[in-house]
Design a protein around this ligand. Sequence first.
Ligand code: PLP
Length: 410
Amino acid sequence: MSSSNHIISAKVREQFPILHQEINGKPLVYFDNAATTQKPQVVIDAISGYYSGYNANIHRGIHHLAEKATSAFEQTRKGIQRFLNAAKQEEIIFTYGTTDGINLIAQTYGRAFLNEGDEIIISTMEHHSNIVPWQMLCEEKGCILKVIPINDEGELLMEEYKKLLTNKTKIVSVVYASNALGTVNPVKDIIDAAHEVGAVTIIDAAQATSHIKIDVQQLDTDFLCFSAHKLYGPTGMGALYGKEDLLNKMPPWRGGGEMIKEVSFEKTTYNELPYKFEAGTPNIADVIALQTALDFVNELGLENIASYEQELLEYATEALEAIEGLTIIGKAKEKVSVISFIMDGIHPQDIGVILDQQGIAIRTGHHCTQPLMQRFGIVGTSRASFAVYNTKEEVDKLVAGLQKVKRLLA
Ligand code: PLP
């Protein structure tokens, strides 16, 4: 690890209060970042700062607090526009997170524009949130779900993908980076091929935003969804990016306040973008705090974060591979900092419990990717996922913990 990177992690760690505690008498080692990242103090302060300083409902008030809250709320929209390099801020819709964004597209674009026999393509490594909304749509509309296969390394078979594309393909929805394998998919190629048959594309960027610089205009994707809580921001909120012309064409989804222009019992007209898709009082505090999280990431620099995490990933991969009886699931050439593994004769849950006794938090199970686990013929994996505040010393503790698991259970 280079010394400059070491300074990044030491300086960064200080900013995360939750990391400075003991679990079961041991310093916490938090390796469950793919499930959710921890929050820096500035993000926590942004939430309490709103409630203690300017809590007010947005858009409709003319008093000082309402104007201050509205301005902070809309600042985040601009911040996301810059973060994703979207052409317009109207293309950014606030959601509850990635799951909510994908459901919004399925329930609006999907229900309005897909018909019986139309085809939707996803991949073997999708999170349930990019499978189930499409199954629900297929059931309702009589559409067909097709699945891109993967190789044993956990990489998409691009030639097979191209064979699945037909003039019936209406939607291609794939994950940018797999939460269970770490695989980074060649999304630009996927998008370009989908566009050749006239399909619209959706990128699940839940695991990508904290590791990969995203440029939606360069990708030319039609939609992209992410969650704030995987990006050092608050839980239960996120955003959907959509091209303006598509969002304009789509019917609204949830009905209520804010998404209307005018309501009468005879006829209601709908608001313009982005408000058309933002019914009801939103999660104001958390939207505001997402901007603070984006500032945190921007100040560190996504490239610096990614290169530091890649060093941790390489270090950990080498160390884990040296443990006899341990097999890494997901060996793609391009990976984010996620390592899934199994150990001979030991159930993943037992690994998680023994590591927890040593203060090490990892995730075990199917990671909301049951079809992917079926592809590998396993019930689940143990997963360690790294963020910018993790260190090589913590990886050493994981390795020692896994040696202990072997001594106790193998
Ligand atoms: N997609 C991927 C790849 C994920 O890892 C997750 C969360 O783990 C989701 C979608 C769903 O995100 P959320 O629960 O924030 O909606």
